[in-house]
Design a protein around this ligand. Structure first.
Ligand code: SF4
Length: 310
């Protein structure tokens, strides 16, 4: 339990965050998987790329990125003139950690003709070694856009890479990485959830395993799931196969619909590290500033730009 909850001073803490935000000329961004109370104080909530684009367009000098390391780095790649803060330095991504720049260079030596497609869930160094980035929303399109004569190395999530290859009908060399949260969802979990909540629509993130995705009415990243919820008629119930943090936003934006987590353990632990106190401390002490070597930033930017051009 956080200290403001213990003392009942949540309103006071939120007021102070608001004041400091003005003083620092800061914008607070929160990923869809953040704790509900952090999402509620953010200026914008969204997926990692959506938030980075907002950061790039923002007039504020400081961006407080409530998410994990690679997300704050992506914002810093896209807006070098701003100060990007990650409230909890240790908030990493086990999936992004499966790939290093050195390993990508080794793969390139093994497949010299290959095009390296890097999922945004990778470090800035890995992006800098890649030709083009992708998100869960555009992975199929990006894989399809690669010249048919060239092999594709897909870094970092093997399930998303498998899904994109299948949908784009392309052969892809898959990285051996997976998101522990999404890859943990099983067919048995989905069957149980359907039994517990009959007559529901089922959706899941493409980082889930292929056999789980086969059971879905819709496979989509978080933005796609939000759009799917809006498409359906009032009264529709959904089983949601992604981090439970998204349910807060789904329910808030669709009060006439019902959302059930596919299992109770669909929780990314590092996404839940950031508390309101951390946001406050981050603004107070201007910590933790994301710093990137300029040569890495420029190369990583070019992989992101290549994606935006598709
Ligand atoms: Fe990384 Fe998975 Fe957590 Fe996203 S949900 S930050 S991919 S571990």
């Amino acid at each position: 339990m956080t200290s403001y909850q213990k003392t009942g001073n949540a309103d006071e803490l939120i007021r102070q965050i608001g004041e400091l935000k003005q003083e620092r000329d800061a914008l607070i961004l929160a990923h869809n998987y953040q704790r509900p109370e952090v999402q509620d104080i953010a200026d914008h909530t969204g997926d990692s790329l959506e938030l980075s684009r907002i950061a790039a367009r923002a007039r504020e000098a400081v961006i407080v990125f409530c998410g994990v390391q690679f997300m704050a780095e992506t914002a810093a790649i896209l807006c070098p003139e701003k100060t990007v803060l990650l409230p909890v330095r240790e908030a990493g991504c086990p999936l992004a950690d499966t790939a290093t720049a050195g390993q990508v260079r080794q793969m390139r030596e093994q497949y010299p003709d290959a095009v390296v497609v890097a999922y945004v869930n990778t470090s800035a160094e890995v992006k800098a070694e890649s030709d083009i980035c992708c998100t869960s929303a555009n992975a199929v399109e990006i894989v399809r856009s690669v010249n048919a004569g060239r092999p594709i190395i897909f870094v970092s999530d093997r399930n998303l890479g498998h899904y994109a290859a299948h949908m784009a009908r392309r052969r892809v060399i898959l990285w051996d990485g997976a998101c522990p949260t999404h890859a943990g969802l099983s067919v048995a979990d989905i069957r149980q959830a359907k039994k517990d909540h009959p007559k529901t629509k089922v959706m899941a993130h493409p980082e889930c395993r292929p056999e789980v995705l086969e059971l879905m009415d819709r496979v989509a990243g978080t933005a796609g799931m939000l759009a799917y919820a809006v498409e359906e008629v009032p009264g529709t119930a959904f089983i949601v196969g992604t981090d439970i943090g998204l349910i807060h936003r789904l329910q808030k934006e669709n009060p006439d619909k019902v959302f059930y987590p596919a299992t109770d353990y669909l929780v990314c632990p590092t996404m839940k590290l950031t508390t309101l106190e951390d946001v406050m401390r981050s603004l107070e002490n201007m910590e933790h500033v994301v710093k990137l070597e300029e040569s890495i930033r420029v190369k990583a930017r070019s992989a992101l730009d290549a994606m935006l051009a598709v």
